[in-house]
Design a binder for this molecule. Structure first.
Ligand SMILES: Nc1ncnc2c1ncn2[C@@H]1O[C@H](COP(=O)(O)OP(=O)(O)OP(=O)(O)O)[C@@H](O)[C@H]1O
Ligand SMILES: [Mg+2]
Length: 599
């Protein structure tokens, strides 16, 4: 998991190296400063010779010729050295923070890009697996969490252990007996923090689940805000929001409650330790076994030790939180797109628009019991017009989605132009199959931009031509801005029937060999519907057209009509044949005829 995620640090690796390097400089200086303080107190003020002190810092001071200086001179020159070092440490610290931030931000951006790219490659089935809300949480909150964790790791992961070790070495070298006080307090504290971190992990994982639910709720509400208003469900939605929001709040408090215990535990430990050191230290000093300056620096080192321990515990908490996020991000990054074309033949082209289903069974959920499609056998010749009719839920949409491999069959095979669809590259297959989905969408942008989804390089002339077939040209040109009319998000400022015609035009622009219209004229009046069919027959003669419809009039003139019933093919024939022999078809026909008479 770490490998998958950290692979996205990418070109920001140099920052990930520079930051800890700066930290090492900072820590080394920080650790030497309290010792110089004790030199000032003991030698500068107390008058002890510099040679009575030991350690690397003193050796350096002696080399600099500080040994021969008088008290005041020693104070001033050591003080100056301290100021220079403090400035250096400040600069190193600032640089480290800068590098860590650059590295973290870059890593976050890479991670988001990788997630987005992976989601774009998702098959319909992958999309069914993750809720949209959950994907949003993963790209935003979770990625932020990981980014923060990473930035913090760059700054603290080297700093805290290094500081910890160095401060212990210094404290023990000054006075081992005094420093051993720490050995009694630290383990207790460490254990407590460990326990907290372990139980916090579970609570944070639960919190992120609530985040998912919250985002899903918001997203659903915002997309469906018009429906909410139409049904006057605002109060009900507010109630739902309150529940989701409260759930999230409670889960967060439940998790944070543990984490805030960290600070008091830390403070109690530090002050206990300082009190003990002061107590034992003062006894050592009165017994003449220790200098005042040494006690002072001992206390500073003890503080440094605890500071670094505190940071280690913070890293621990942070990584606990980041870990929960990493798991969730990793789940997306490693979820394999169900539908692949690695082994497909690069050069294989779809020659014609014939389609064949051979013993096709299909279910959405692999573990589901019942097949949605059951042993479907059907041959469609290139250039044919095929109508599909059947009750709602009879798997009409499911059937046609198998042709451009939006889903893969569970059993059997689907052939296009005489070849199994799996033999084609997805790009080639989907280029040849134009599909107007049942729940189609337009995107923000102009009408022309939306139509060009079908063919990026289409000329204005081609745009018009496609729109004319779909009976969309007339209403588009009636807009003041014509083809440059801006569609709102999701195409809000056109009517339902206009939207459907734009979607048809967009699919026609692809010049597909197979054109599938899934209930795509349900919101278009019968006369216009008839015109669209007429134009398609005249202007797209070679294209195989598969039309799913609820209205018999939409498919009446098809070469072949398929009657689907509960996932099985009930009958195939022309309008007249079916009218004569098929009960389901006749029933639908008579009900629609009588409906028309009454109207
Ligand atoms: N993404 C999905 N995941 C799981 N089950 C699904 C999914 N889509 C559809 N189904 C189920 O598959 C069955 C067939 O659905 P399908 O959408 O193919 O019917 P349809 O004939 O197109 O209906 P309609 O006329 O209402 O569009 C239904 O029982 C439905 O519940
Ligand atoms: Mg359908």
């Amino acid at each position: 998991m770490f490998k998958t995620i950290l692979a996205h640090v990418g070109k920001y690796k140099k920052f990930a190296v520079l930051a800890p390097l700066m930290i090492v400089v900072e820590v080394l200086i920080e650790v030497s400063i309290p010792y110089m303080m004790s030199v000032i107190v003991d030698c500068g003020i107390g008058g002890a010779p510099l040679t009575s002190k030991t350690g690397l810092v003193v050796q350096i001071l002696l080399r600099l010729g500080f040994g021969s200086k008088s008290g005041t001179e020693l104070i001033v020159s050591t003080g100056l050295v301290m100021i220079v070092l403090a400035c250096l440490s400040l600069a190193a610290g600032a640089l480290a923070a800068y590098f860590a931030a650059r590295g973290g931000m870059g890593f976050g951006a890479n991670l988001r890009a990788a997630l987005f790219a992976r989601i774009q490659n998702f098959s319909f089935r992958n999309i069914d697996d993750f809720s949209t809300g959950s994907l949003i949480t993963r790209i935003t909150t979770d990625t932020n969490m990981i980014q923060m964790g990473f930035t913090m790791a760059l700054r603290m992961l080297v700093r805290s252990p290094l500081m910890f070790v160095m401060a212990i070495v210094m404290a023990f070298s000054i006075n081992a007996r005094l420093a051993s006080v720490f050995l009694f307090v630290a383990p207790v504290m460490f254990l407590l923090i460990l326990i907290i971190g372990m139980s916090a992990h579970k609570r944070f994982a639960a919190m992120f689940k609530k985040y998912d639910a919250f985002n899903t709720m918001i997203q659903e509400n915002l997309i469906g805000i018009r429906v909410v208003k139409a049904f006057v469900r605002a109060e009900h939605e507010k109630e739902k929001f309150k529940v989701a929001n409260d759930d999230l709040k409670n889960a967060s408090i439940f998790a944070e409650k543990l984490i805030i215990l960290n600070n008091p535990i830390m403070s109690v430990s530090v002050y206990t330790c300082i009190l003990l050191v002061l107590y034992f230290g003062s006894r050592l000093i009165t017994g003449g076994q220790m200098e005042l300056g040494d006690l002072m620096s001992s206390i500073t080192y003890i503080q440094q030790i605890f500071m670094s321990l505190m940071m280690i515990s913070m890293i621990f908490v942070m990584s606990v939180m980041a870990l929960a996020s990493m798991k969730r991000v990793c789940a997306v990054l490693t979820s394999e797109p169900e539908i692949r074309d690695d082994e497909a033949d690069e050069d294989l082209l779809v020659e014609n628009g014939s389609v064949e289903f051979r013993g096709v069974c299909f279910k959405y959920n692999k573990n589901g019991e019942k097949n949605v499609l059951d042993n479907v056998n059907l041959t469609i010749d290139s250039g044919d017009v095929v109508g599909i009719i059947g009750a709602t839920g009879s798997a009409k949409s499911s059937l046609v989605q198998l042709i451009p491999r939006l889903y893969d069959v569970t059993e059997g095979e689907v052939l296009v132009s005489g070849r199994n669809v799996k033999e084609y590259k997805l790009k080639e297959l989907r280029k040849s199959v134009g599909m107007v989905l049942q729940n189609n969408l337009l995107f923000s942008g102009t009408i022309a931009e939306n139509l060009r989804w079908g063919d990026e390089n289409a000329t204005d002339e081609e745009l018009r031509h496609a729109a004319q077939i779909a009976q969309a040209d007339a209403f588009i040109t009636s807009f003041p801005d014509g083809y440059e009319t801006d569609l709102g998000q999701g195409g809000v400022n056109v009517s339902g029937g206009q939207k459907q015609r734009l979607c048809i035009a967009r699919a026609i622009l692809k010049k597909p060999k197979i054109l599938i219209l899934d209930d795509s004229t349900s919101a278009v009046d019968t006369a216009t519907d008839a015109k669209i069919r007429e134009e398609m027959r005249k202007l797209l003669p070679g294209t195989t057209k598969i039309i799913i419809a609820q209205r018999i009039s939409s498919i009446q003139h098809a070469d072949k009509i398929v009657v689907l019933d509960d996932g099985k093919i009930n009958d195939v024939g022309t309008h007249d044949e079916l009218l004569e022999r098929n009960e389901i078809y006749r029933e639908v026909y008579t009900s629609q005829q009588s409906g028309r008479m009454e109207a």
